[in-house]
Ligand binder design. Structure first.
Ligand SMILES: [Zn+2]
Length: 270
């Protein structure tokens, strides 16, 4: 018992109490205003800027007021031009925990189709985890074909919002407007809803990975936790190190790319 008390004494000295914080997500609908992005092939369709906005508004409808601790910021909620610098500023200034930019693809070869997710650098493992989480939902829920996760070397190009945001960030190409089938799908109410649900679900799953509590918590009660361990690898919760504490250990995950010990373990009431 004394040993346990001593362990705790040291931990309190180093870590103190921390109140559970919100997870902040930025949803970035690409283009807008005088920048249409990929233009429609026919008047009955919409430009890229309108499709990505419609999908981001659907995501808003799906997620709003769903999770107490998930704060979502939209870089635009109407048809206005927002500069790339402003989009990055919105995310870094907060600072957000993760950033998801929505776009539609285009290719001179109209037979090319599928979703594609971009990250900045191959060493950005948290952005990659975010990309994989969203990719899984898009392929399983929305039945999209994935063309893979690309970094700046794969595409031989930097993407400003990914290069300059400081948190986990991805750019989702939700399909090719140059492919007639996908253009139709992305313009349809059902297609937009399906994509929005898949992306929203991927974002919530990632938010859970970095500490969002989606199960009902005892409301009105302050939550105090003490971090007892940080690790570069995922640890088993029945690891010897935790066993001696004889308390329930909880795992969370930090989404900051420069955090080399992203797996955090804490005890306390939640
Ligand atoms: Zn675009």
């Amino acid at each position: 018992m004394l040993k346990i008390l001593l362990i705790f004494f040291n931990l309190f000295a180093f870590c103190g109490f921390a109140q559970e914080k919100n997870i902040i997500l930025v949803v970035d609908a690409g283009h807008g205003g005088y920048d249409p992005g990929t233009e429609r092939s026919h008047k009955k369709f919409k430009h890229e800027k309108d499709i990505v906005l419609a999908i981001s508004l659907k995501i808003n409808k799906i997620l709003e007021n769903q999770y107490d601790k998930l704060e979502i910021i939209y870089t635009r909620q109407k048809d206005v031009f927002v500069s790339l610098e402003d989009r990055v500023f919105i995310a870094n200034d907060k600072p957000a925990d993760f950033f998801v930019s929505l776009h539609c693809n285009s290719n001179p070869n109209s037979s090319i189709s599928g979703v594609q997710i971009h990250i900045h650098h191959e060493s950005f493992s948290k952005s990659e985890l975010l990309a994989k989480t969203i990719e899984k939902e898009l392929t399983e829920k929305a039945k999209r074909i994935s063309r893979g996760i690309l970094n700046y070397k794969d595409r031989d190009q930097h993407l400003f919002v990914l290069q300059n945001t400081k948190m986990s960030s991805v750019l989702v190409e939700m399909g090719f407007l140059s492919n007639s089938e996908e253009e139709k799908y992305l313009n349809s109410e059902a297609g937009q809803q399906e994509i929005a649900e898949a992306i929203a679900s991927g974002m919530v799953k990632y938010a859970e990975k970095i500490g969002l509590k989606t199960k009902a918590s005892k409301s009105g009660k302050k939550v105090f936790k003490v971090q007892i361990k940080a690790s570069d690898k995922k640890m088993a919760l029945d690891h010897k190190f935790f066993e001696k504490l004889k308390m329930e250990v909880e795992e969370s995950f930090s989404s900051k790319e420069d955090d080399i010990l992203p797996y955090k373990y804490s005890v306390g009431n939640s």
